[in-house]
Design a protein around this ligand. Structure first.
Ligand code: CMP
Length: 138
């Protein structure tokens, strides 16, 4: 399996409840390496670009409000097959549907406040890393 990078966000609901460290531990315990990390209060402009594919959906306004309401932690995780591995560790978008042991099952509140975001394929990983870490040389 190839070494990949994934862009991961530990979203406002998780940072507010002080579970950032527990979430990072789950990634690291599964063999993923944190190669960049920062805490940011996202502005609406960045949120709109990051979530452009959801523009127009019924939950879009709620999503913008949530993601901009307090700081989040943005990271680049690296490892073998990192994109699928992170998605598996995160679990289903809807915490109610997520498998036991996944981050969203453990920490997610609802479909919007689901604690983490991760890139869904290599193309979006590259785009998201450029958006969140323009200073990072790919
Ligand atoms: P994320 O993986 O960051 O990608 C899009 C986000 O939109 C998702 O996590 C949730 O926070 C939110 N979301 C996705 N589907 C729904 C939905 N049906 N209702 C409310 N929020 C959603």
């Amino acid at each position: 399996m190839d070494i990949e990078k994934s862009l991961v966000l530990i979203k406002p609901d998780a940072v507010e409840r002080h579970v950032t460290g527990k979430i990072i531990d789950l990634y690291e315990s599964n063999g993923l390496r944190v190669i960049a990390l920062k805490m940011v209060r996202v502005n609406e402009e960045l949120a709109r670009v990051h979530y452009a594919e959801h523009d127009g959906k019924v939950f879009f306004d709620e999503l913008l409000k949530y993601i901009t309401r307090s700081p989040l932690v943005a990271m680049i995780l690296e490892g073998q097959g990192a994109i699928e591995k992170v998605r598996k560790i995160n679990g289903n978008t809807n915490p109610e549907m997520a498998e036991y042991g996944t981050i969203r099952k453990k920490f997610g509140v609802n479909k919007t406040e689901n604690s983490v975001h991760a890139s869904d394929c290599r193309e979006s990983a590259q785009k998201e890393i450029n958006l969140w870490f323009p200073e990072f040389e790919q």
